[in-house]
Design a protein around this ligand. Structure first.
Ligand SMILES: O=C(NC/C=C/[C@H]1O[C@@H](n2cnc(C(F)(F)F)c2)[C@H](O)[C@@H]1O)c1cc([N+](=O)[O-])cc(O)c1O
Ligand SMILES: [Mg+2]
Length: 214
């Protein structure tokens, strides 16, 4: 039977990366996506911006929306302090199964809680299910038409505190126009655009970093 792209990406990790070495997992995925098959990971260029935001914040509680194959999950988890809580949400069971193996190959399964399901169902349950009051950092990289409704839902559920940071991928390509319009015009946020490129290409894209002002 035909393999899927996520399965081929996992095989490249298992072939080329060293077990327990997150950086070698990140490098193996970037090499695979640059030279063999493009895939929608945040990539190395935007990934460095993600790294700098995570390192600067040293967050105690992180939420990722859109695990996919676990590339950004590994990038984030490798930088977190030991007692940090990191939840990553994935809707597609096939992608989740691959991501679990990528995260395990990196040796980071203890630092990450991969939850399968829809954001609309899970966001209202996170506080009680995982004992999390608020998130210090949220990385949005899931369906682009869900960025805005899920941000409003996180506000309503009290998951953001003064100073919480939302970091959104793909605000230019494929684009999240309703989210950008909202976040840049809302008095509840202070936003900044980090210009970069769509992963593994020369096309413009970037990350929008927004601080919740409470
Ligand atoms: O479409 C893109 N990304 C969509 C990404 C979607 C991923 O987020 C998951 N998800 C959906 N809901 C949840 C939640 F939150 F409910 F758990 C998680 C989906 O199953 C999928 O794995 C994309 C496309 C391009 N591109 O160039 O076309 C480049 C990129 O960087 C991209 O991120
Ligand atoms: Mg993306």
């Amino acid at each position: 039977t035909q393999s899927t792209r996520p399965q081929r990406l996992l095989s490249a990790v298992q072939k080329n990366a060293t077990r327990g070495d997150p950086c070698s997992v990140v490098r193996a995925i970037d090499d695979f996506c640059r030279h063999k098959e493009w895939a929608m990971n945040v990539g190395d260029e935007k990934g460095c911006i993600l790294d700098s935001v995570v390192s600067e914040m040293n967050p105690a509680a992180v939420l990722e929306l859109g695990t996919y194959c676990g590339y950004s999950t590994v990038r984030i988890a490798r930088l977190l302090p030991p007692d940090a809580k990191f939840i990553t949400l994935e809707f597609n069971p096939g992608f989740a199964a691959i991501a679990r193996q990528v995260i395990a190959w990196a040796g980071l399964e203890e630092k990450v809680q991969l939850v399968e399901g829809a954001s609309g169902d899970w966001i209202p349950k996170i506080k009680e299910q995982f004992g999390i009051k608020t998130f210090d950092l949220v990385f949005l990289d899931h369906w682009k038409d869900r960025y805005l409704p899920d941000t409003k839902l996180m506000e309503e559920c009290g998951l953001l505190r003064k100073g919480s940071v939302l970091l959104a991928d793909n605000v230019i390509c494929p684009g999240t126009p309703d989210y950008l319009e909202y976040i840049r015009s809302s008095p509840k946020y202070e936003s900044r655009y980090f210009k970069s490129h769509l992963e593994y290409t020369k096309v413009e894209d970037g990350l929008e970093k927004s601080i919740f002002l409470g």
